[in-house]
Write a protein of this length. Sequence first.
Length: 350
Amino acid sequence: MGGTLRVVHYLNQFFGQIGGEDKADTEPLKRDGAVGPGLLFQGIFGREVEIVGTVICGDNYFNEHTEEAMGAVLALIKGYGPDLVLAGPAFNAGRYGMACGAICEGVASRLGIPAVTGMFRENPGVELYRKSVYIVETKASSAGMKEAVQKMAVLALKLAKGEPLGSHEEAGYLPRGIRKNSFTSERGAARAVEMLLRKMKGDSFITEYSMPVFDRVEPLPPIEKLSEVTLALITSGGIVPKGNPDHVESSSASKYGKYNIRGVERLSSETYETAHGGYDPTYANDDPHRVLPLDVVRDLEREGAIGALYPYYYATVGNGTSVANAKGFAQEIAKDLLRDGVKAVIISST
């Protein structure tokens, strides 16, 4: 590919210098040239590349109007006639990562243009798009911006020029689960023995066939006398007081809410609703007990089947929420429950 490479850069409302959460509903728009992190990219690329345009969209708008937003973003990108598209980097921002992943996938599959993005390993966009998108691994926050941009720029140039990438370790992108045959000077048995010896010595080595790692949690012993314990309710189905006072995100949640239900016998559609953006909210809004079974647990409390119901419940949204965030929520909530003597929890989903 001869001449200067034309690049379009996708950014969210924050990095696109439109605004913060108050501008997260911004519809897709374009700016000619480089904006924000694009200036850093341009400096690294030099004269070999020109960032001809920047497409910006609010995180909430993209994730809540995905098909509509995707069509508009792809049309704006196509209008610049690029050779390459960059998105982000999104670091550990869940909604941003989901948008970057979707756009890169759309650019590659619908426009036939190579695309690269960057995310922290725990970003929910990684799990959803790693098989179809080249994602450079970044630090969790924008403190790692310079390193992320450098790694993305190197990979992007290789893709745009059609150069071989090599393994994901060599090229710096997260593994995509794609296996390719290659020839080496040593047969497999010899390489396996060498890796085993290195492992036994405690030396570093890179396996040629990485295995998935599963997080296993050993269950606690069953509760013998439920009638003597205090039980708490937690939901990832997004049931919150009307108006969502804690602004729990509809997807890729970065927070949870703790709500007082002391003396509350039922959840009505007038006072509670769901903040979840991953399912049709009609039935949950009509009767919040379909997601958070307060009515049934109150019956159990009156019958003496449980000792008492904890006077607060916790709510977040599981839709796209990263494992790291979910673990953080659990650790904080557990401290409350252990301090207050709660012995059992019912966790309801969607």
